[in-house]
Design a protein around this ligand. Sequence first.
Ligand code: 5GP
Ligand code: MG
Length: 185
Amino acid sequence: MREKRESEIGGLLLSEDVIRERVRALGTEIGTAYSAGSFVLLGLLNGSLLFTADLLRELPPETEVVFWRVKSYRGTVSTGIPEGVEAEGGEFIGRTVLVVDDILDSGCTLSAVERRLRELGACAVDHCVLLSKQRPRLPGTPLPRWIGFEIPDRFVVGYGLDYNGRYRGLRSIRVLAEGEAIREG
Ligand code: 5GP
Ligand code: MG
């Protein structure tokens, strides 16, 4: 029943199984990379909700996690201005932070988050994104240390990614057809 409904939304890009395997592999790589010292995961809500939760369960049990709420999309269009970053705070002095986001698009979100973390005293900032769109980016955009999948420059939903608040709970990642986005908007 659930599969039938999910399959009616856009075209399949990444299945639940493919995502699960990749998240497991990322967890192993990240756990190994930081095995010498402590780090804190910083998940960016709402989009990285499911990715951060699944990644956390693949990491060592003592891994700490915090969340910031950052928003830059209206419908299928980026405003180019991540809202909410400047208001966020926390205990980051001298810490190694791994920022976890759902998708790297223009890069303005990761740039703003990294800038804010440096202001708050983080000593090292790495980025892990599940998806990275194949598109040009401004010089100085942080290059994520870990990328789950390189994908075409299309608007995608599912596994945390929404279209106007919908479809975050899909188990797969799907390309929303142009017509669908306009009809529902
Ligand atoms: P950037 O700041 O890199 O342009 O955009 C990053 C944010 O925009 C992501 O965290 C995500 O929330 C949102 N975003 C970018 N591309 C997409 C997309 O294809 N689908 C959805 N649902 N959100 C996207
Ligand atoms: Mg996001």
